[in-house]
Design a protein around this ligand. Structure first.
Ligand SMILES: *Cc1c(COP(=O)(O)O)cnc(C)c1O
Length: 228
């Protein structure tokens, strides 16, 4: 299957699940996760109409952002682990950072955001399955971190992101996704401009959309398996 066919198939599934859940059309956005994939693959996705891309590695991501710099309608999301010594490149080149789980990183991103660029959109990453190995904050820390981040001048807090632990049963998966939905509603009550709940990948996309996801992140099903 070609990249454009894969994109069409996934978009159709997103539309179908959105309709089945009686949510508004186009309320779920597709983030194409292009990490490790070559420029040529991204070009094919762009030709097929895809505009939002997710990257996990700073150097690789920045090279891609720069390569496509003259295409101003693209949206670049940083979705990987971010160390404080790499924040400047991310602040300078990306439009979104989905993996905020420390105030220090957020402060650096805000300080390093270039003058003249719009505020950097950020999501708080929640460790919803409470895995010791996973990044993200505990749900109980959400409002405190959100309060501090909302005061940073060059960041715009837009919502939450999670990578729930994969469960073999969809109903088991639903538990974490429903918790995310409740946290998202709580965040919305306290802050303005909250409109993005990034959750759902290939295997849990349907349940994620039922639970209010506004952005699903898909890599392999668009671009094929990754070779590391
Ligand atoms: C790699 C990655 C994805 C996409 O994973 P696939 O299994 O290739 O669809 C989604 N979200 C995050 C945070 C990722 O790192």
């Amino acid at each position: 299957m070609s990249i454009s066919q894969n994109l069409a198939t996934i978009s159709q599934r997103i539309q179908q699940f959105t309709q089945q859940t009686q949510r508004p059309e186009n309320s779920v956005k597709l983030l194409a996760v292009s990490k490790t994939k070559p420029i040529s693959a991204i070009e094919q996705a762009i030709c097929a109409g895809q505009r939002a891309f997710g990257e996990n590695y700073v150097q690789e991501g920045v090279e891609k952002v720069q390569y496509f710099a003259n295409q101003s309608d693209l949206e670049w999301h940083f979705i990987g682990a971010l160390q404080s010594n790499k924040t400047r490149l991310v602040a300078e080149h990306f439009d979104w950072v989905q993996t905020i789980d420390r105030l220090k990183i957020a402060q650096r991103l805000s300080e390093q955001r270039p003058v003249g660029k719009p505020a950097l959109n950020v999501l708080l990453q929640i460790n919803i399955s409470d895995e010791a190995s996973k990044a993200g904050i505990a749900p109980t820390d959400m409002l405190a971190l959100a309060t501090e981040i909302s005061q940073l001048p060059n960041l715009k807090l837009r919502g939450l992101m999670a990578i729930p632990k994969p469960e073999s049963e969809p109903e088991q998966q639903r538990i974490a996704l429903v918790q995310m939905q409740m946290l998202f509603e709580q965040l919305k009550c306290h802050f303005k401009d909250i409109d993005t709940l990034s959750m759902g990948m290939s295997d849990d996309m349907q349940v994620a959309i039922e639970c209010g996801s506004t952005m699903v992140r898909i890599g392999t099903a668009i671009f094929g398996a990754r070779n590391y």
